[in-house]
Ligand binder design. Structure first.
Ligand code: NAP
Length: 366
């Protein structure tokens, strides 16, 4: 089979990723519909090359060596209402649709359920991968199903949300099914009526400070304002913009480890009572950003071409001319520093692509 015209040869990936690092993909295809997906799969199978899916590039770290084989980006981003009810609305969205543009549409239509997810960068197709969540809401609350193509067989399938293994910033698509499916559409069931009351301290305070109204528009505005203050809205004018948002997951810690952490904090002269913790099943969720700062890594830290955002200690940034290896070195320094000083292991949220070692090996190595 000859190479379809929409499959390009060697293409630098840094411009496709918000961290703006990473080498070249052997081939890159931006596919628009099912027919192009199938052509791309047929060509890749015949040519014997690997395939990697790229969304909006806002949650990945690409190696300096780049990616071998074909990088597929699905760009179809239509929006279609499947069911319009009195109390809810079922909508199907193409994976290439910008996530925040979808939230803006839902808010304008008076549809509730994703307003707190305003300002999250990336595309709709990436949202189920890590069950995006913020300010007390998560995709799992509204996700009905995803449509996918099995990259091995070329079969199109619809997977119900209940079968996706959605959990805190995780799903089967990110773990045991990683690399197996290309998400083509997402179905969300959004609710009409009043938005649920904010259950998240920072958002409640921001709403109260702005007149106490908690309609959909106010919630979206306040979430965007909170995120902007932390440089968590993608804005090329912001010096912190070359990042992947939160670089580390917030750890979940059991009672024994909380006691160990409290003892280590005390030894460092930090009051254990000041440790923020939120109940999460039989564990505690602890903010990674707080641990990073207590371990001595302040906002605005600089390590040559990389550093920490001046507005959020959880965002590693490329200060302009960084390589992926520079970011890995800083991530390793923070991972090891937090573990040595506080006994907690922090693991990265972005997906590492094209590295010979796993993210865990890279962070644990010396
Ligand atoms: P933050 O608000 O400083 O919160 C840090 C940690 O504390 C998070 O684990 C958060 O849980 C938890 N937390 C804070 N208040 C809570 C409450 N009232 N009840 C339960 N847990 C609480 O975090 P941030 O870094 O500035 O981020 C703001 C929000 O955006 C957070 O919800 C964060 O998870 C989210 N975010 C999501 C993504 C993503 O989906 N990829 C990326 C970046 C940030 P939760 O994480 O459960 O909220």
């Amino acid at each position: 089979m000859s190479q379809p015209s929409f499959i390009r040869g060697p293409t630098p990936l840094a411009p496709y990723c918000t961290l703006a690092v990473g080498g070249t993909a052997d081939y890159l295809a931006t596919v628009q519909d099912a027919a192009e997906v199938l052509d791309a799969l047929e060509w890749a199978h015949a040519a014997g090359v690997d395939m990697t899916i790229l969304g909006g590039g806002s949650n990945c770290l690409v190696a300096d060596a780049g990616l071998r084989g074909l990088v597929l980006q699905y760009s179809e981003g239509s929006r279609r209402i499947l069911q319009q009810g009195q109390s809810d609305c079922l909508v199907r969205i193409g994976a290439g649709h910008d996530w925040d543009a979808l939230v803006a549409w839902a808010v304008a239509e008076g549809l509730c359920g994703i307003e707190c997810l305003s300002g999250i960068p990336g595309r709709v197709g990436a949202a189920p991968m890590q069950n995006i969540g913020a300010y007390g809401q998560a995709l799992a609350g509204v996700l009905e199903a995803v449509s996918v193509v099995d990259l091995g067989s070329g079969r199109f399938e619809r997977i119900e949300a209940g079968d996706l293994g959605l959990s805190y910033r995780n799903s089967h698509l990110k773990t045991q099914w990683r690399g197996r499916f290309l998400v083509t559409d997402v179905e969300l069931r959004l609710r009409r009526g009043e938005p649920a009351p904010a259950r998240y301290g920072q958002l409640e305070e921001a709403l109260a400070a702005h007149g106490g109204t908690a309609d959909l528009r106010s919630i979206r505005e306040q979430v965007l304002a909170l995120r902007r203050r932390k440089s968590m809205v993608y804005d090329p004018e912001d010096a912190n913009h070359r990042s992947a948002g939160s670089f580390f997951l917030n750890p979940r810690i059991d009672d024994d480890d909380i006691s160990g952490l409290e003892a280590r904090l005390e030894a460092l002269g930090v009051s254990p009572e000041s440790l923020p913790r939120y109940p999460d099943g039989d564990r505690w969720k602890v903010p990674a950003a707080w641990l990073i700062e207590k371990a001595g890594f302040e906002k605005g830290l600089v390590r040559g071409p990389v550093g920490l955002s001046t507005n959020h200690s959880l965002a590693l940034i490329n200060r302009g001319e960084a390589k992926a290896t520079d970011l890995v070195a800083l991530a390793r320094e923070i991972h090891q520093g937090v573990r040595e000083r506080l006994g907690v292991a922090l693991w990265p949220e972005p997906i590492f692509l094209g590295f010979e070692q796993s993210a865990a090996e890279l962070l644990e190595g010396t």
